[in-house]
Design a binder for this molecule. Structure first.
Ligand code: GCB
Length: 593
């Protein structure tokens, strides 16, 4: 018995563990090795690589990557003979059989690795949709849920010198308690959709930092940094060479340090998106970033950028490649989409309906485009489920942790078109307060809905209005109701806050022409935009709009053969980037703003 106990204890001591650690920010500014590229994959419809035939999780699932040792051995999978796909990338557009697939796919990649003494190695995923079990050399590194935010594990103790393997079980089945929930109007692209990176860090490293313009008067910059360990006495140096700033800070007991300093940076604006090179040094490790300085606030019904009122000329965007669809994840993809937005005259985009990839946010920042960033708390979330709340809150935390140094991000949005109820108010109330506490320097909003008091009178009444800085709502006059109603509409928005129309629009098939009352023609959409722009001009306090949407995007809910063919056709560009007539109406309207 004692012998058995000793053996068990010994085995426990030998079991190496990975650590689920908080997100390491500015990942591209660190020592990284890419694990992007060609990965083998196995489609596992019944998850037999994970559960036994009694539906119990197995100890020797596909993650151990077993190989027959003797001729008689039975092993019914072989990653090395399996097909390959490119990572990052969704599986739906890389294998025709997987176009509509929602379920489990196992992905595997081998890589050479040589440990460096005194360094830790993190395994970072930009995003995996939706549920990811990660294994390194057969051992569990961690489990993550949520398809659009980064996560990382300290895998130092799982790696070995020579060839290593990472295997990920990805499952994009939809569930009522998930965020987003079971129904949503976009393609549920599955897979490892963003970068996979190995990150080499010192045992003590700067986990995250924040640098921003705290006040316009006196031009006060505020900097804070946080280590991965709660250790006092570490020296951190901040350098902004162009501003001749060199500041030394020392961490306190919780491993963080803060400093304020006077400086006169040029302000970041859409016209002059000035970014400063910033270096943060701890020991002999330096992280570089590019950071812009601006303020964002509201005054009555106005939004003020650097103290000046601004009208947000925007457009909504889904994270889909500009030509042909599939998940986008590159500066090039982002540049093309954002250039189309610029052609419209936009200074602002709504990155709907989930946090987009970091390349897109950074490219928008370089191009002078302001951003509304949101989490997928969309439609009918499981409001009373604590795990659902925890999931939403973690996605919010990770979105903010990743993008809190982006000058162009001005609005965190916490929900879209959610049905009113006391449970929803409790959930969203808590989330809004949490967002405010995490980042008091940006505006908070959510896409609400109006309720009609009579046929032509719209009232915005939402208990959440007290908690947001900007009152935003979606409306589809001309599409989900008659376009001729537009000119008769009146609006009652009883809050002294700026108003953003977070969505309006309607569908058209590019190249389909006809009279303006014929649905799906470009003329129908053109007329709808004309009527809507005129109507929106009458809304008191209108501070911006993000019509729905830049380009046609894939959605399983859009099944009309010959017209939709699984595309939501509300783009002002087609899925191939062709301009529809509505493009010109919107461009001309924005030219007047
Ligand atoms: C909405 C949703 C958006 C849909 C859009 C539509 O209100 O927020 O996700 O795609 O309407 O096309 O109906």
């Amino acid at each position: 018995m004692r012998k058995l106990l000793t053996l068990i204890l010994l085995a426990a001591a030998l079991t190496v563990k990975a650590q689920d650690i908080p997100q390491v920010a500015n990942i591209l500014g660190r020592h990284i090795t890419s694990l992007n590229g060609t990965w083998h994959y196995i489609v596992d419809v019944q998850e037999e690589g994970y559960y036994d035939y009694r539906m119990k999780p197995m100890r020797n699932g596909f993650f151990i990557n077993a190989k027959p040792q003797r001729p008689e051995d039975l092993i019914e999978y072989d990653f090395d003979k399996a097909d390959t796909m490119q990572i990052p990338g969704d599986w739906n557009t890389q294998d025709q059989r997987l176009f509509f697939y929602e379920g489990t796919v196992w992905l595997k990649r081998s890589f050479e690795f040589h440990p460096e003494a005194g360094r830790r190695t993190l395994l970072y995923f930009g995003a995996v949709n939706y549920d990811a079990h990660v294994y390194v050399n057969g051992q569990k590194a961690g489990h993550h849920q949520g398809g659009f935010t980064p996560f990382n594990y300290d895998v130092t103790d799982l790696l070995k010198d020579g060839e290593n393997q990472v295997i990920v079980k990805v499952d994009n089945k939809r569930h009522p308690e998930d965020v987003p929930t079971q129904i949503f109007d976009w393609w549920n692209y599955g897979g490892i959709t963003r970068d996979v990176l190995l990150v080499s860090v010192a045992p003590t490293y700067v986990e995250n930092y924040k640098l921003q313009l705290a006040s316009l008067e006196g031009r006060l910059l505020q900097f804070s940094a946080k280590l991965n360990k709660a250790e006092a006495g570490h020296a951190i140096t901040l350098r902004i060479p162009e501003l001749k700033i060199v500041k030394k800070l020392t961490t306190n007991n919780d491993g963080s340090a803060t400093i304020s300093m006077k400086a006169k940076p040029q302000l970041w604006t859409p016209e002059n998106p000035k970014l400063y090179k910033v270096e943060i040094q701890l020991g002999d490790e330096t992280i570089s970033d590019e950071i812009g300085f601006r303020t964002i606030e509201t005054r009555g019904k106005q939004i003020l950028l650097n103290g000046e009122p601004i009208f947000l000329k925007g457009i909504s965007i889904h994270e889909e490649k500009p030509n042909g669809g599939g998940r986008a994840n590159s500066t090039d993809d982002a540049h093309t989409l954002l250039s189309w937005a610029k052609e419209l005259g936009c200074n602002y985009v709504r990155l709907a309906h989930y946090p987009h990839n970091e390349y897109a946010v950074r490219e928008a920042e370089r191009m002078g485009i302001l951003v509304w960033s949101e989490i997928p708390v969309y439609w009918t979330i499981a409001w009373t489920n604590p795990a659902t709340y925890a999931n939403a809150e973690r996605q919010l935390d990770d979105m903010i942790a990743r993008d809190q140094n982006r000058a162009n991000v001005i609005i965190w949005s916490i929900a879209n078109e959610t049905p009113h109820s006391a449970e929803r108010d409790t959930f969203l109330g808590k989330l809004a307060k949490h967002a405010r506490q995490l980042d008091p320097t940006r505006l908070i909003s959510m896409a609400m809905e109006v309720t009609g008091a009579s046929n032509y009178h719209n009232i915005l009444h939402d208990n959440m209005s007290d908690l947001v800085d900007v009152v935003s709502f979606n409306q589809y006059i001309g599409w989900y109701r008659d376009v001729n109603d537009a000119s008769k509409m009146t609006w009652e928005i009883p809050y002294d806050k700026p108003v953003i129309i977070s969505e309006f629009g309607g569908g058209a098939k590019y190249g389909l022409h006809g009279p303006k009352n014929q649905r799906w023609t470009e003329e129908f959409q053109e007329n709808l935009y004309r009527e809507n722009c005129a109507m929106l001009d009458k809304i008191d306090g209108l501070a911006g709009t993000t019509p729905w949407i830049l380009k046609d995007f894939r959605s399983p809910r859009r099944v009309l053969t010959g017209i939709q063919d699984y595309y939501n056709r509300k783009g002002v560009f087609s899925d191939k980037g062709e301009k529809k007539l509505a493009f010109y109406v919107l461009r001309d309207w924005y030219a007047t703003k």
